[in-house]
Every structure is written in C-alpha cells, then in structure tokens.
Design a protein around this ligand. Structure first.
Ligand SMILES: NC(=O)c1ccc[n+]([C@@H]2O[C@H](COP(=O)([O-])OP(=O)(O)OC[C@H]3O[C@@H](n4cnc5c(N)ncnc54)[C@H](OP(=O)(O)O)[C@@H]3O)[C@@H](O)[C@H]2O)c1
Length: 312
C-alpha cells in the first residue's frame, strides 16, 4: 500500500480510502467487515459526509458498528464533508459560518470522536462568502475540532477564491473520476480539438494540473461507476474492449479487474487517492491490491482509449 502526506494530518494516508456513503442499511457486522478488510489491507483512511444516509446517519452507523479504541482512533484518518443541507423543500448548498460549524459539531457527535482529521466542503455553494468559510475554518481549527481542510467538486477558480481568504492549506479536492468518467484527465489529452466533446472544458479549467501545481491531493470518487451513479463498467457488455483489456492486464499483474480499475487512477503521477464505495469486503481487498501497480504508458493509454476516449 502506498501512503502520502496531507498537510496537517498527523500520519501518512493510504492512497486507497474506504467511503461510507452506502452503509446506511448495513448491519453492524457488515460494517465491521468492511472496516476490517480495509485495515487488514493497509487502508487507514475513511471517508464520510453529513449527507450520507441523510442527516449524519452513515456517520452514526459507522460509530455504532466500529467503536474505536483510543489507539485505533489515532491510527486512522477520518474525513467528513459538510455544506449540503437536506430539507423538505429540497437540498441546498450552504457554506455559512453557522452551517459549517453546526455540521462539523454534529459530525463529531455522530462519529463519537473528539476531532475530524480532514473536513471537506462537499459541493460548491454559489452564495459562498469566503470570509465566512475562513471564520468557520479558524474556529474549527483553533478549537482542535478539525485538523485539515479541503474541498470537493470545485474548480480552480473556486479554490483560488477560498485560498485568498482561508488561513489553512486546502489539502484535497474530491472529484468524480473513473476510467470511463474522466473529463478531468481527458480534456488535457485533446485540448483545442474542434467538434470533440472531450475537448470541451467541463471542470472549470484544468483542475488536474491546478491540483498538481498547488499540492492538492485529488481524491477520486465513484472509481468503478460508468457515469453518475449508473452502474459499474467492470463486466458491463457496453464496454467489451475495455473489459478485455482490463482482464488481460489483470492477468499479467496477477490481480483482479477491480485492482486494475484502481491502478488506472493510482498510476497517475498526480499521486491521487481512490475513494471506494463498495460494501463488499472482498472487493475492498481486491481494490487495495491496485494501490501500486506500475501500469506502463501503453497499458494506461490502452485502458483510456478502449473506454471510448480520444487519443488524437
Ligand atoms: N465528493 C462527492 O461528491 C462524492 C460523491 C459520491 C461518492 N463519494 C464518495 O466516494 C465513495 C465511492 O463512491 P461510489 O460508491 O459511487 O463508487 P464506486 O466504488 O465506484 O461504486 C460502488 C458501488 O458499485 C457496486 N459494485 C458492483 N460491482 C462492483 C465491482 N466489481 N467493484 C466495485 N464496486 C462494484 C458496489 O456494490 P457492492 O457494495 O455490492 O460492492 C457499490 O454499490 C463513496 O462511498 C463516498 O465516500 C463522494
């Protein structure tokens, strides 16, 4: 397992992370099995959000199922997110001081812990007042409730606006990324190509390079999904060439296709993390094996091309 540093986080973090978005209807034993598989395979980082399961439910279910001793708590890195507000009228996004501090404090109670290692702003709030975010971050940091901060689904300019005001480094940007859903990578491969949809900048402009330039760790969410929560590409008959390539490369390295899907992301020199959503302990173990596979340039581009992207 490969580990990397996130500024402000006390231990190095694994580049494969277990996400807890889908545990709301799992039993305690099933949640413990996911956690145990992660720990046994070198994963030491767990991803949550206030919104998973609705109103902190997945955070609470995790804490109920996996009570952490003081030493185990010190060994793992718990990340959660705030800024999505569920309400009967419809969800909205809000980065006000009160909302961020209230959500962080409720996450601490739900997770049954004294501190959050990494606190991310979940989805950009168009009404953001960055001075308010700075005040919230200062309070959470100085009170010891949060150790490090980051964002999710943000453009370079949105991050720049925050960076003008907040006093802590933004250590991560969590973005959707899989072999089949990879605009943050594909745009950079086909820039300035007339009529090529892949050439249209949908990420607000070079977020991959911006994160590399600013030492922001990209955390890839939905690493197995074809698109936006519409099923996995592994074994999908709509991707015959991709799956044939994945199977052949998996056999070469002696791992499962799941590991190759992870490796396509971890192989990128941007030093990204992969946030798994599986609730299947065997898949957690299979995915962890993709942490450090040295895919060749030819293999990496073959996977990109057979997923349907343009290599001009
Ligand atoms: N920042 C954001 O905006 C954002 C958005 C979404 C998610 N996230 C984070 O990212 C994590 C991952 O997201 P995700 O769950 O959408 O991603 P994912 O890992 O791509 O998808 C996992 C889902 O695919 C299923 N699956 C079926 N076959 C699979 C296979 N061969 N390998 C792996 N999974 C297979 C899993 O079912 P089984 O459980 O049966 O394996 C599970 O339902 C979440 O837990 C959350 O922490 C962040």
């Amino acid at each position: 397992m490969k580990y990397l540093e996130l500024a402000g986080v006390q231990q190095a973090v694994s580049n494969v992370v277990v996400g807890m978005m889908r545990i709301n209807d799992k039993s305690d034993a099933e949640i413990r099995a996911i956690y145990d598989a992660a720990r046994e395979n070198g994963i030491n980082m767990i991803d949550h959000a206030n919104i998973y399961g609705g109103n902190h439910l997945c955070e609470r279910r995790f804490a109920e199922a996996v009570p952490l001793s003081a030493s185990e708590r010190a060994d793992v890195v718990i990340q959660t997110k705030a800024g999505i507000v569920p309400s009967p009228e419809g969800t909205h996004f809000e980065f006000s001081y009160d909302e961020l501090v209230t959500q962080a404090e409720e996450s601490l109670r739900s997770l049954n812990t004294d501190y959050i290692d990494v606190f991310l702003l979940h989805r950009p709030d168009s009404l953001v007042e960055p001075e308010e975010v700075a005040r919230a971050f200062d309070h959470l940091h100085e009170s010891g409730k949060v150790r490090a901060f980051g964002v999710s689904n943000q453009t370079p300019r949105q991050m720049e606006l925050l960076r003008k005001h907040v006093n802590q480094p933004l250590v991560a940007n969590q973005l959707q990324l899989s072999i089949t859903h990879c605009p943050i990578i594909a745009e950079g491969i086909s820039t300035n190509m007339q009529h090529a949809e892949q050439s249209v900048v949908v990420d607000g402009g070079g977020i991959l390079d911006y994160c590399r330039l600013t030492d922001t760790t990209i955390q890839a969410w939905s690493p197995f999904q074809k698109g936006f929560f519409d099923g996995v590409f592994l074994g999908d008959p709509d991707f015959p060439e991709l799956n044939a390539a994945i199977d052949r490369i998996a056999a070469k390295y002696g791992v499962t296709p799941t590991a190759i899907a992870v490796a396509w992301i971890t192989r990128h020199p941007a030093n990204m993390q992969v946030v798994l959503g599986t609730t299947n302990p065997q898949r957690v173990a299979d995915a962890a094996a993709g942490s450090e596979i040295p895919l060749t340039h030819a293999e990496w581009y073959e996977l990109f091309r057979t997923a349907g992207h343009i290599v001009p």
